[in-house]
Design a protein around this ligand. Sequence first.
Ligand SMILES: Nc1ncnc2c1ncn2[C@@H]1O[C@H](COP(=O)(O)OP(=O)(O)OP(=O)(O)O)[C@@H](O)[C@H]1O
Length: 742
Amino acid sequence: MSKPKDTHTFDLFGDAVETQDAQPSMVPAPVSAHPALSDTTELLTLCERWVARGWLRDLDRALVRFLAAEAPDAPALLLLAAALASHQLGRGHVCLDLNATLNAPDFALSLPPEGDDLTDPPPLPSDVLATLTLSEWQAALHHPLLTSEGPGNTPLVIVTTHSASDTRLYLRRYWQYEQTLHQQIATRLEAMGDDSQPDLLSQALNVLFKPSDSLDWQKTACALAARSRFGIITGGPGTGKTTTVVRLLALLQTLQLAHSPSQPLRIRLAAPTGKAAARLNESIAGQVSSLPLAQLETLLSEHSPSAAPSEIAIPTEVTTLHRLLGARPDTRHFRHSAANPLALDVLVIDEASMVDIEMMAAVLSALPTNAQCVLLGDKDQLASVEAGSVLGDLCRRAEAAHYTPETAQWLERATGQPLPPEHLDADGQPLDQAITMLRVSHRFNEHSGIGQLAQAINQPSHAQTDRKKQQAVNAVLRHGYPDLHHLTIADDTALDKLVIHGSADKFLNDGAGRTNHKNEPIAPPTGYRHYLKVLNAQRPRGESFEENPAAYNAWASEVLSAYSHFQLLCALRKGPWGVEGLNLHIAKTLRSEKLLYGSDYTLEKGWYEGRPVLVTQNDYGLKLMNGDIGITLAVPDPRNPQQKLLRVAFPTSDADNPIRWVLPSRLHAVETVFAMTVHKSQGSEFLHTALLLPPTINPILTRELVYTGITRARDWLTLIEAKRGVLNEAVTREVMRVSGMG
Ligand SMILES: Nc1ncnc2c1ncn2[C@@H]1O[C@H](COP(=O)(O)OP(=O)(O)OP(=O)(O)O)[C@@H](O)[C@H]1O
């Protein structure tokens, strides 16, 4: 595979010279190649300078050193590609796309968005790669010890597809994850479900879904997901993913019991974070109680009159993926794997957009061959912080659908609904047949600004010109919806008023008199004063924590529930418009309103009553999961009841023990959460969400980020622009994740 390096060098430079000869007058003065492209020592020095600036990670440089030690004759160009491939993993990409890197070299490193104005900056990737051609780089990638084009033991894998211009370099582990996903999904798609009970299938679907004049995508989703061992149900907020999956579980259980009455399916439900698991837990419990199980049981007994009556049981407990797989501290390996598969028949994974490629590969590998896997999620949300955008990649064709005539016929038999011709495609792929996109929001109707804004922002760029999309977004903002307030900050007081009071006066009728889609009243929007008032007003008096833990638990539950009424979200971590600056600013503002107490130092670095904290790492000892939110509360000290002790209250899913009380000194991975990044807010929902966009555009500000932020709002949304126009720019920029999926 690998040719002598010199031959390539000669050939390639020969090509370049030919071009120059052909058009001498058009060619600028030759730029000499950067020495790091040909000299490993120069490359290591350059990497060191990039690391010192924070443009590259130490880990990426360590990889280059390791590879150079393993193969001293490896071309510097290969080592440079390896450094960049490794760096992409920290930025969500599964691999390095060589061509894309040459087209936009400065995107390959983590350059500060606001520029680097320190003296003596290192050369930019665009300077270093200025003279490099794709074919030159491709040729330098081949080395018997370091790279191969598929299975093997080399640390790097080269994948060239479609045309020679599409070359990607992977770290082997990530290439392997992609292979595992491809294989697992393909195998499960091959095994179409048991089609032996078509009548029961359509009868059960008719029990579960009311007749509808228009195409009921939820019924379609249910039927398709029941048909194969791998299925995806995607849709925006409130489109009924949970409603559908609960019906799907009832359907699957009915079909199973008709077949094997004494062997109900073992069903497990999981989500990537504790917060997402708790939210699904709550909504599933509500949905299961409204299932027509008695009717399904009657259907079953009519279908198999001789069998003993079966009871259809649907689980409501949702666990995190880490717990499901049996995470072990200090290792990336899980207790369950292909060698020790999970004991289940059906696995539902909610909020699948947040699952990175490594976790998805681990879960699918740990599933028994015959088990069924259903992914639920919103394909348009931000992808996982870690590498991979598995759900988004798998759902690239979900909008158009691409159902084959065979699928359409099968669906019509099962659901009684013909599919519209625009969703049919004789060349549809097997994966297309297993995906359904839910298209109608039942939570946000045409009178909801949150829903309308989400829809306008979410149009992919190819569907509309950027200008049209911006016009659509601006039209929603100008329209004046009862649940949407657009704020451009002129001074700090507007922001302060919002975070303290919620600025209900900026909404129609001061936010009074609204009802939700179930006709239940919606409370007016609030800010952080609300939970701090609850904290003070409902504090148990007269009894100690030990004497009456139930009273303290009830108090903490009220405070936590009040906290979930409002959340400020922002895009950045650093700077005055990032989490760090805003947290301190808000704490001081609340102190000036006498809602919080503490010195500047305490508010910035210490613990104080009322401090809301976000857990940033799973802690199995404390039973806390990344994403959990707790509130710091002062309780009487048992040794001296006149004194108070601070404890942090976290909600649990255990009704008998609803609060986990943790001493602040035991919490190592937490941060104040008056402001939360949109990334961290995924899987959560707040009654009033305020999304703050910083004054300058930044690579992190994309359509996906804005969409994810605004769809965290359940009843009220305040969209804050620190400077007018940032929203318009952000909504036309899309996250491009590089991978070989989809
Ligand atoms: N077909 C329907 N007809 C009427 N109401 C529905 C229908 N489907 C779902 N709903 C209601 O819409 C709301 C949202 O549904 P559900 O929670 O299933 O959506 P989701 O897509 O899971 O939402 P989320 O954005 O929270 O993930 C629920 O109150 C549900 O009862």
